[in-house]
Write a protein that binds this ligand. Structure first.
Ligand code: ADP
Length: 185
């Protein structure tokens, strides 16, 4: 089977990280979370981390050029070429979606699907308040959700128009959601 290249979409707090971890176990696919990569860079104090830290704390988006560099480099690595990828946190806006399309075209590969783990706004807000990550301040949460609606949600239509969108109900027990997500794969 050729390596699958899957974009995982969903609001902050929809359970993308949890479901991706389980998909990694089940399918041996590689999970690439741009948020995790950026947090690791901040923790390590790299140049990238220094550039991203304040932006992340405020819940704003790191610049598209910077993100393109990180993502294109990561997607070219052997583990992904062999085992495929779950791309979590990218693309987040139209420019990034165009960039992703260009990266994949350059590699001569196709996007397999974009899976949207759908959880309503009221529910994710509560979940995030309970989660307590470093950048989960009320202001940052509100800003990230606002940016999601404004810039990321329109990508659902973008993927649908390319016949790539799969929507999965993200409400319910973790196992139930996992059954739906893995079924969609
Ligand atoms: P969440 O989904 O809760 O916003 P993430 O872990 O996906 O958390 O991202 C955390 C932060 O990292 C974002 O608020 C943003 O500042 C930055 N970030 C992650 N991915 C991207 C991206 N594709 N483009 C721009 N900024 C990003």
């Amino acid at each position: 089977m050729t390596a699958r290249r899957i974009v995982v979409l969903g609001r902050q707090g929809a359970g993308k990280g949890t479901q991706c971890a389980r998909l990694v176990e089940e399918f041996g696919i590689v999970h690439v979370s741009t948020g995790d990569m950026l947090r690791a860079a901040v923790a390590a104090g790299t140049e990238l981390g220094k550039q991203a830290e304040a932006v992340m704390q405020a819940g704003e988006l790191v610049g598209d050029e910077l993100m393109l560099g990180i993502v294109s480099e990561r997607l070219a690595q052997d583990d992904i070429m062999e085992n495929g990828v779950l791309l979590d946190g990218y693309p987040r806006n139209a420019a990034q979606a165009d960039s992703l399309e260009a990266i994949l075209a350059e590699q001569g590969v196709e996007l397999t699907a974009a899976i949207n783990i759908d959880v309503p706004l009221e529910e994710v807000t509560q979940r995030m308040m309970a989660r307590g990550r470093e950048d989960d301040t009320p202001e940052s949460i509100a800003r990230r959700l606002e940016l999601y609606e404004e810039q990321t949600a329109p990508l659902l239509e973008w993927f649908a128009s390319r016949d790539k969108l799969v929507v999965v109900d993200g409400l319910g027990e973790e196992d139930e959601v996992f059954a739906r997500v893995s079924g969609a794969l």
